[in-house]
Design a protein around this ligand. Structure first.
Ligand code: SF4
Length: 450
């Protein structure tokens, strides 16, 4: 069959879609060149916000309506919304062929065959994780790759649906991760992002270093030790990780970020609010002073490190004064960039039981203020790059204009430049920065001898 996967949500969903695509290809199916050409369409869904679910449901309904013209076409759903809604999706969406939860991705090829054999609709949202040979489920030819190291989350942030849909925290054995990264680098990958909901908790609940020799650099904590081992893989140029939690920003992690050449100088550290009372209600597990200390630690060892964050505005009972605290805190820290979200209750979370008492207009007002202020801040920070040369990993032709290409600095800043003959995705080049915008730097490639 020809298949197509439509992906919504985070990098973890991107990685899951890639894994399913490779599993289907290894079962003899082929990726369709476009959705219209597909015999089977899988929608990979996100539940982090209601809006994400509404969007995916709209897409699925459209696909099911189109099925009237192509009754043999198979339409299935996977990901966080599938895990959250399970069986009810089949009842609500007539013609839907399968629903597969976040732990059962490896079952999709067999489920597709069963549906083709007339055994649909099929629902598989089991809690027990079905493993697949991770190192064989990456697309060939890329210069960068996403690698899961920690799945699920044991924290219980009061607004977050992730633990309900991604399950208990589970750290993959270090030897598995190293084998997967090793295979990727042997196949030309130079840029690795290690993924986990709360990635710094890697190995906190399981012994992931069973039988491994001691760390050459004397790292005792499982995550910094993993960074050290991945950094040592010959040929790897850049190593990133996503998403952090202030409680994991230890001295040892900061030492690893400062000492290990491949580890990039960027830390995404969601703070969510600038009010200690709201952080407590969010059950985030740290105070603003803890957060300040985490950032102080990183900047003391890596002054040029970029620090980015996530913020939720309009959390239940957030007062105008507490919103002002968030504004001041963002200014104090001086974030390179921030992703701002308006609070929305998620069914099944603790916060969903509380009155959503900040009005939609007020949430919008607070969101707009933080976005404008962050844009000003990002521009000021980016303007300091004008006149500097940056090392840039080439990503490809810009989506905005074919005349330009884009790339990424080690501090996760996007750079636009005019290409040169023979340029390739994955190349490491130097770009002289000439102009700055809040989200993008513009410059010219510094070719050798020029
Ligand atoms: S750390 Fe908190 S916000 Fe992040 S995935 Fe876990 S529960 Fe959700």
């Amino acid at each position: 069959m020809k298949f197509h996967i439509k992906t919504y949500g985070c990098q973890m969903n991107e990685r899951d879609s890639e894994e399913v695509a490779m599993l289907l290809a290894r079962s003899g199916h082929a990726p369709a060149s476009c959705e219209a050409e597909a015999d089977a369409i899988v929608v990979n869904t996100c539940s982090v916000r209601e809006k994400a679910e509404v969007k995916a449901l709209g897409k699925i309904r459209m696909l099911l309506a189109a099925k009237r013209e192509q009754p043999a076409r198979i339409v299935g759903v996977m990901g966080c919304m599938a895990q959250r809604l399970g069986e009810s999706l089949v009842r609500r969406l007539r013609g839907l062929d399968f629903v597969v939860g976040t732990q059962r991705l490896a079952a999709i090829p067999a489920i597709l065959d069963a549906v083709r054999a007339g055994k649909g609709p099929i629902v598989d949202c089991g809690e027990r994780r079905l493993e697949s040979e991770a190192s064989l489920t990456h697309r060939a030819g890329g210069h960068s790759a996403l690698v899961n190291i920690l799945l699920g989350c044991d924290r219980r942030c009061s607004y977050c649906v992730v633990p309900l849909v991604r399950g208990r925290e589970w750290s993959r054995p270090a030897c598995q991760v190293l084998e997967e990264v090793g295979a990727l680098v042997r196949h030309g990958v130079r840029d690795i992002t290690l993924l986990g909901q709360s990635v710094m908790s890697y190995g906190a609940k399981q012994s992931v270093w069973e039988g491994a020799p001691a760390s050459p650099g004397g790292y005792r904590e499982p995550f910094p030790r993993l960074l050290e081992a991945v950094n040592a893989i010959p040929g790897l140029k850049r190593l990133r990780f996503m998403s952090g939690h202030p409680s994991g920003c230890t001295e040892e992690l900061v030492r690893a970020m400062a000492e290990l050449p491949a580890v990039c100088e960027h830390l995404h550290l969601p703070v969510q609010s600038g009010s200690d009372r709201i952080l407590k209600r969010m059950n985030r597990g740290y105070t603003l002073d803890d957060y300040r200390e985490a950032v102080r630690r990183i900047r003391a060892r890596i002054p040029a490190a970029a620090v980015t964050t996530d913020i939720i505005v309009g959390f239940p009972s957030e007062t105008p004064a507490e919103f002002e605290e968030t504004r001041r805190f963002m200014d104090e820290i001086g974030f390179d960039n921030a992703f701002i979200f308006k609070y929305a209750p998620r069914e099944g979370t603790t916060a969903a039981e509380w009155k959503d008492d900040v009005s939609a207009d007020e949430k919008m007002r607070r969101n707009k203020i933080l976005l404008e202020e962050q844009n000003r801040r990002s521009l000021q920070i980016n303007e300091k790059q004008v006149g500097c040369d940056c090392e840039v990993r080439v990503e490809g032709v810009s989506r905005r204009t074919a005349a330009r290409w884009t790339g990424l600095t080690r501090t996760a800043k996007s750079v636009m430049f005019e290409p040169f003959a023979g340029i390739q995705e994955g190349d490491s080049i130097r770009v002289g920065i000439e102009r700055a915008m809040p989200q993008t730097l513009y410059g010219s490639v510094r070719l050798p001898g020029r």
